[in-house]
Ligand binder design. Structure first.
Ligand SMILES: [Zn+2]
Length: 155
C-alpha cells in the first residue's frame, strides 16, 4: 500500500503492537489471578510480589511497545526521540496522506449526517404546513381548526 514506509519501520510498528498486547495481557492477568486467589492468604506476600512485578513488567512492555509503534509509524524523528521537525514531517507524510483520506471520509459522513438532519427539518416544515380542506367550500384551513375560517362551518 505505502512504499514510502520502510519494512523495518513496519516491523517495529507491529512489534510494538505485539508488545503492547502482551503487556496488557500480563497486566490484566495480574488482576485476574489476584481475583482468583482472593481470600487465600497462603504465601500472600510472595504472590503479591510476583504479581506486582508482573504488572510492572506488563506496564514496561506497554510503554516500550508504544515507543516502538511511534518510531515505526513516524520514524525516529517523528517519535520525538530526535528533534528534527523537517525530517519528522517527511517521515509522517505517507501516514498523514492516509489520515487525510480518513478525514475526508469522516467529513463526507458528517455531510451525510447533515443532509439527514436537513431532511428532518424539511419534514417538520411540511408537517407545519398541513392544511385541511373545508368539506363545504374547499378552502384550506389549519390542521387543528374546528370551523372553516371562510364559511364558518364545522370541519
Ligand atoms: Zn368552508
Amino acid at each position: 500500500m505505502d512504499h514510502n514506509i520502510s519494512g523495518g519501520r513496519k516491523i517495529m510498528y507491529y512489534l510494538g503492537m505485539v508488545l503492547i498486547a502482551i503487556g496488557i495481557i500480563m497486566f490484566l492477568s495480574t488482576f485476574l489471578s489476584s481475583a482468583a486467589n482472593f481470600g487465600d492468604f497462603h504465601n500472600f506476600e510472595q504472590r503479591a510480589q510476583q504479581e506486582f512485578s508482573r504488572a510492572v513488567t506488563g506496564m514496561i512492555l506497554m510503554v516500550a511497545g508504544s515507543v516502538l509503534m511511534g518510531i515505526g509509524r513516524m520514524g525516529v524523528a517523528g517519535s520525538g526521540l530526535v528533534l528534527d521537525p523537517k525530517k519528522a514531517r517527511e517521515d509522517v507524510k505517507p501516514w498523514t496522506k492516509m489520515a487525510g483520506g480518513m478525514l475526508k471520509d469522516a467529513i463526507e459522513e458528517v455531510d451525510v449526517g447533515k443532509r439527514i438532519t436537513d431532511n428532518k427539518k424539511s419534514q417538520n416544515i411540511v408537517k407545519e404546513v398541513i392544511k385541511i380542506k373545508c368539506p363545504s367550500c374547499g378552502i384550506l384551513n389549519d390542521e387543528d381548526a374546528k370551523f372553516c375560517k371562510d364559511c364558518g362551518k364545522g370541519i
